[in-house]
Design a protein around this ligand. Structure first.
Ligand code: F6P
Length: 534
């Protein structure tokens, strides 16, 4: 078995100390406006082209010297060796003794590890997807994915993002929450004869998914739906539990695929049904091209590596605790939610791989909404609030909607926001303006102070030519490798999620108490709330 290479945690390197010194010194007076004024080539030098994704990194609070030091940090931490070990199947998920091989799910036949098994399931799943897509024969009109976390967010995000590529005669629904308000409105739209339920759960033990699947099955039977085996399929590593549920068609995957990295395999079944075999293969191809870029591009050209390092720079040296994602494409409305799991479940850790407490911060809070909606909600805080929050804009050059007069406005807004964050507005500039809504009873210089923008606020802008399966695959893989990079510098295991377990265990203990009303031994707050909720 390939072993996981020895690692050096970021803070144990000389590069970390050098970056720290720089952050306490020269970096404090770094100003983006001056940086652009003094360097006409800044945009060219600090932008990168990766497969399907162009990235403008020039509006970030860094320069060549910081970038070089961050690359030196990655080298000192052995990020490249760790990357190679992950791709080669080493058990880099050390706490669970598992390999991390979602990259094998998108490798062309014969090129990745476990190719026989991977392509066996892929071919079987795509053949099934094509059968369902043959609507006159399959009779299926509604596809309902029941799953949560990684068994929901990826497929839901991708099906929404690729809407123009989705089979026009099929409707897709995603039910995740153990709240009847999620399932009920979906059931109301369904006819049992034309519905297909996909029960998606890596473990097939997740409370929410099993409860929703049981409820859907009960509804199906009560509505006269007879053939559970035809209308329910399973996607899981636990074939036995799926069979016990009454499911006979299952698509499997393996313990070396983490839940939040699983949309490339059988968990991607809704995507495959939505797009068809060709579209799903294009999605995989985009991700594979990004894998190759991550593996082969020099650090100076390597986009996921640089994004991961920029995340470390902001989190550990400049002290920024969150990052906002603003996709200027309505199809990407679920991308922030998807990234929350990808980044925060992966990197929300406070001990290193050896279990040593970390003396520095890890995952930022990742959040966002599509533009321009966010502009009319929280962008006020991004521009004038007391926190500096790096923003990630995603712009797509070619729209697919065919409605005249909208797309250029969308793009102009996207450009304007990153420009405004960077440029800001001085009090003197504000004083030259006569805002019609300003109170006449307030001194103009006070009004000017309210209307000042500090500027020098960082952002990254990604540009995609178009949002198609290939580009989306590349974009998602880009984020995965970026998360890997920061985790490697921090010396943490990005592939376990022990932090979700305590709440699950306590929920199981509280469940019978909600029936019995027994609050013995509970803390006063939980006891009081429980009594109120009965
Ligand atoms: O609760 C966290 C989690 O384990 C995620 O990591 C996972 O994606 C989700 O639950 C769903 O798990 P499963 O696919 O096993 O139902």
């Amino acid at each position: 078995m390939i072993s996981t290479p020895a690692y050096t945690r970021g803070d144990h390197t000389a590069a970390w100390a050098a970056l720290n010194m720089h952050a306490q010194g020269a970096a404090r007076s770094f100003d983006l406006r001056q940086a652009f004024a003094g360097d006409p080539a800044r945009f060219e030098r600090l932008s990168l082209q990766a497969p399907a994704v162009f990235a403008d990194l020039s509006k970030n609070l860094w320069d060549d010297s910081v970038r070089a030091q961050l690359i030196a940090l990655a080298q000192a931490c052995g990020v490249t060796a760790r990357r190679d070990a992950m791709f080669a199947g080493a058990p880099v998920n050390v706490t669970e003794g598992r390999a991390v091989l979602h990259t094998a799910l998108r490798a062309p036949h014969g090129q990745g590890l476990h190719a026989q098994e991977v392509h066996g399931v892929l071919d079987q799943m795509l053949a099934y997807a094509e059968q369902v897509r043959d609507v006159p024969r399959s009779g299926i009109r509604d596809v309902v994915n029941i799953g949560i976390g990684g068994s929901d967010l990826g497929p839901q995000m991708a099906v929404a993002a690729l809407d123009p590529h989705v089979h026009p005669d099929l409707r897709f629904h995603f039910v995740s929450n153990v709240d009847g308000h999620d399932l009920a409105p979906v059931l109301r739209q369904l006819n049992p004869a034309t519905a297909l339920f996909i029960v998606a759960s890596k473990t097939f033990t997740t409370q929410e998914t099993l409860a929703n699947a049981e409820a859907a099955k009960a509804w199906f039977l009560a509505q006269g739906g007879g053939d559970v085996a035809r209308h329910f399929v399973g996607v899981t590593t636990n074939l036995k539990a799926a069979a016990a549920f009454g499911i006979s068609t299952t698509f499997g995957f393996w313990d070396w695929v983490g839940g939040r990295y699983s949309l490339w395999g059988a968990i991607g079944l809704p995507i495959a049904i939505a797009l068809g075999a060709e579209g799903f293969r294009a999605f995989l191809r985009g991700a594979h091209e990004m894998d190759q870029h991550f593996l082969q591009a020099l650090p100076e050209q390597n986009l996921p590596l640089q994004l991961g390092l920029l995340d470390v720079w902001y989190r550990n040296f400049l002290g920024f605790s969150s990052r906002s994602v603003a996709p200027y494409h309505q199809g990407l409305r679920r991308l922030p939610a998807y990234l929350q799991q990808l980044e925060m479940e992966s990197n929300g850790k406070s001990v290193d791989v050896d279990g040593q407490a970390l003396p520095f911060a890890t995952s930022p809070v990742v959040w966002g909404e599509p533009g321009t909606n966010g502009q009319h909600a929280y962008f006020q805080m991004l521009h004038q609030g007391t926190d500096v929050i790096p923003v990630e804009f995603i712009a797509v050059k070619e729209p697919t909607h065919g409605i005249a007069g909208l797309h250029r406005k969308l793009l102009a807004n996207c450009l304007a926001q990153s420009q405004a964050l960077m440029l800001g507005k001085s009090a003197d500039e504000a004083a030259l303006e006569k805002p019609p809504t300003a109170s006449p009873s307030m001194a103009p210089e006070v009004i000017s102070r309210h209307r000042t923008f500090p500027g020098n606020r960082p952002s990254t802008t990604f540009v995609l030519e178009r949002l198609d399966p290939h580009a989306l695959g590349a974009l998602v893989a880009l984020y995965e490798h970026r998360v890997f990079t920061s985790a490697a510098v921090w010396g943490i295991n990005a592939y376990d999620q022990w932090g979700v377990e305590l709440g699950k265990a306590l929920c199981n203990q509280l469940l019978p108490r909600l029936d019995s009303g027994d609050v013995a031994g509970l803390d006063a707050s939980t006891a009081g709330l429980l009594q109120r909720l009965r």
